[in-house]
Design a protein around this ligand. Structure first.
Ligand SMILES: C[S@@+](CC[C@H](N)C(=O)[O-])C[C@H]1O[C@@H](n2cnc3c(N)ncnc32)[C@H](O)[C@@H]1O
Length: 377
């Protein structure tokens, strides 16, 4: 995740409490809840603050290196089994440009080469290499916990290392013959991550990155989804109203109180239903509203503890999905951003080809593509 300035207040010696949500690029509110606790080690203190940690100011703006909520939002995503990055585009046969970019890169790499896939997620890039029948040793690293992903590819020579920030890679200099990233490195602190990518690349090694484009259909889709979630759920408090109903059931509250809470919950769910429109961006919102409707229709049919757990899960799904989409929009690069990334790679010692745009068959922008190599010493 890119570093964000965050209003924070120290509540313990080594913890910060976020007092207000921050606004990410485009003025989109993040789903960080006020009172989120972050570790001091996840923050960079401003230059103006004293260097001795015990004398930190009690209030101020802190720069977060990573966010625990972001890490868990991605872990949740990969644990749900999303191995492929663009499954709908794959199903519709729209990934020709991406496939040929990776095919071209892998064809220039000899078998048994050691590759590092940065921000590997569900291992999409690794799976492409395997599908091409190539015999590489590939290590995939990611901020998310990759235990579940790792279990899906128990193949010799393939290793997944989770909980690893790209800005500080746990490898010696010149370890790999190639580095790759697909919709990954731009989520990290790009200056540090590009430096690390070139540090661990052996002289003579090469790399290929596919990066989010600010004008891509993917970025536009993320914006539409966020807008859709907000237009459905904002200002209703439906999850909380649902929780109130089942809390009352759990406490065997008086029938009148239960009926009143049920009426409010049903009214909220009816509002959610009326706000849904027939657009793909409403997909997850539509599922969650359908599930809430099921609870609201006949609350006494559901075990209270089970219903409460489900409400928490669905709300967390919406929050995590929003957070990932906010991060994606924030990560996407315009022309200036991709040129800066190329500049950082060059500054770290790589020879970088001019950035290319990958396009969908009908001409819409899909992503940036960046190829480079580290000259032999
Ligand atoms: C859009 S997913 C792409 C995953 C995969 N490369 C693909 O193409 O399907 C972005 C990934 O970047 C990871 N990520 C975000 N910030 C990171 C950081 N600072 N260090 C390492 N990984 C990070 C996330 O955990 C997530 O798995």
């Amino acid at each position: 995740m890119k570093a964000q300035w965050q209003a924070a207040e120290i509540v313990h010696n080594d913890r910060l409490e976020i007092r207000q949500p921050f606004c990410a690029a485009g003025g989109i509110e993040s789903t960080f809840r006020p009172a989120t606790i972050i570790r001091r080690s996840d923050c960079v203190i401003p230059k103006s603050a004293p260097s001795n940690c015990s004398t930190w100011p009690t209030k101020g703006f802190f720069r977060m290196r990573t966010s625990l909520e972001m890490q868990s939002a991605w872990t949740q995503h990969w644990n749900e089994g999303h191995a492929e990055s663009l499954p709908k585009d794959r199903a519709a046969g729209r990934l020709g440009a991406l496939d040929s970019a990776w095919g071209k890169f892998f064809s220039g790499i000899p078998d048994r080469a050691k590759l590092l896939d940065l921000a590997t997620g569900g291992g999409d890039v690794i799976r492409r290499a395997i599908a091409l029948g190539r015999d590489f040793n590939i290590t995939g690293v990611d901020l998310a916990d990759l235990t579940a992903v790792s279990a899906t590819l128990p193949i010799p020579g393939i290793e997944f290392i989770g909980s690893t920030d790209l800005s500080s890679l746990p490898f010696s200099d010149a370890t790999f013959d190639g580095v790759t990233s697909q919709f990954g490195i731009e989520y990290a602190d790009a200056a540090a991550a590009t430096h690390e990518a070139i540090r661990v690349l052996a002289p003579g090694g090469c790399g290929h990155f596919v990066l989010h484009h600010a004008d891509s259909a993917i970025t536009q889709g993320a914006s539409r989804s966020i807008a859709a979630y907000r237009s459905v759920f904002a200002g209703i408090g439906a999850f909380q109203l649902g929780r109130t109903v089942f809390e009352l059931y759990r406490r065997s509250a008086p029938r009148a109180a239960i009926v009143e809470a049920e009426t409010e919950f049903r009214r909220a769910v009816a509002t959610l239903q009326s706000r849904l429109r027939n657009e793909p961006a409403f997909g997850l919102a539509r599922n969650v509203v359908a599930l809430l409707s099921g609870l609201a229709r006949a609350p006494d049919f559901h075990a209270a503890a089970d219903a409460l757990r489900k409400i928490d899960t669905w709300e967390a799904q919406i929050q995590a999905s929003t957070l990932r989409k906010v991060a994606q929009i924030d990560a996407a690069l315009d022309r200036k951003g991709i040129d800066k990334t190329a500049e950082w790679l060059a500054g770290a010692g790589a020879v970088v080809e001019p950035p290319q745009e990958l396009k969908y068959p009908l001409g819409k922008v899909m992503a940036w593509s960046l190829s480079f190599y580290k000259p032999p010493s």
